[in-house]
Ligand binder design. Structure first.
Ligand code: SAM
Length: 275
């Protein structure tokens, strides 16, 4: 880190960045913790990184220290002067885009270059982006990994195995053609101001997409199955044409419930429906 980078607390005070509740702002100020988060995706030297919601720039500095070339999307204008200062300390390494990450085309923004994503986002925005990054027919995606802070309960749903109440649409979406792991738990006291619940960082890397399956069909099946998760599959999948026949063809008992199905069984069902 350039020696003259001021402490984050001072940056926040000097730029008047009182945390805004409506923007879901809970800042991380512990630079050692931020360096550990930036290390999760592995060596970032000279890699393109997309950071969503840099705020006062704590994680951004850690990424720049790790040698990344960072594009950061922030919708709170108040943070821009602080980020501009950080950019001056790392000439040519930080590009800040003012805007709503939900409305921007990330691949276009990154100029078609593969990129790692790192982010500490408010819950609703994080989940919406997660669904967008993991969904769709384009696979492998342009992103090489996602390193995302979530409420711990959401992180556990993303990495959940079949059989429990945490297992649902998020787990299927995260695991049918990607690997998802819980990389780090983060205590609520690490944030300023501290949120009510604990957090955790998940790390996701793309894997091979199973053949003969469209993402749309798989998403439809898991949405219907978990939409009525207490019901048997013969009931919850009734509205999908051909689903009951498909259950029989792939040898899944129609009396089972969604949370007992392995990811591979969802894939087999979708493949049968696609055929
Ligand atoms: N990365 C900083 C850190 O770890 O200390 C800030 C994290 S704070 C939880 C979330 C940040 O995301 C805030 O700076 C907020 O303004 C920004 N943000 C919220 N919604 C956003 C959106 N839709 N697009 C871009 N940034 C957003």
């Amino acid at each position: 880190m350039p020696a003259d980078l001021p402490p984050l607390r001072e940056v926040i005070a000097r730029h008047g960045l009182s945390a805004s509740k409506s923007l879901g702002q809970n800042f991380l100020l512990d630079e050692q913790l931020l360096d550990r988060i930036a290390a999760i995706p592995g060596d970032l030297s000279d890699k393109a990184v997309l950071e969503i919601g840099p705020g006062p720039g704590g994680l951004t500095r850690a990424l720049l220290r790790a040698g990344a070339r960072v594009t950061a999307i922030e919708m709170d204008r108040r943070c821009l002067p602080a980020l501009a200062e950080l950019g001056e300390a790392f000439p040519g390494r930080l590009r800040v885009v003012e805007g709503d990450a939900l409305k921007l085309d990330h691949a276009e923004l990154m100029g078609g270059e593969p990129f790692a994503v790192l982010s500490n986002l408010p819950y609703n925005v994080g989940t919406a982006l997660f669904v967008r990054w993991l969904g769709g027919e384009r696979w492998p995606p342009l992103w090489t990994s996602l390193t995302l802070m979530f409420q711990q309960e959401v992180a556990q749903r993303i990495v959940a195995a079949p059989g429990g109440s945490a297992y649902g649409r998020l787990a299927v979406l995260a695991q049918w053609r990607a690997q998802a792991k819980l990389a780090m738990k983060v205590h609520r006291s690490a944030f300023t101001p501290p949120p009510k619940v604990m957090s955790a960082v998940v790390h996701i890397t793309p894997a091979a997409m199973p053949g003969g399956v469209s993402a749309r069909t798989l998403e439809r099946v898991s949405e219907a199955a978990f939409g009525q998760r207490r019901k048997m599959l013969r009931q919850s999948l009734k509205a999908i044409p051909g689903a009951l026949d498909a259950l029989e063809q792939v040898g899944i008992e129609p009396t089972r419930r969604a949370e007992t199905l392995a990811i591979g069984e969802f894939v087999a069902l979708a493949r049968c429906l696609n055929a």
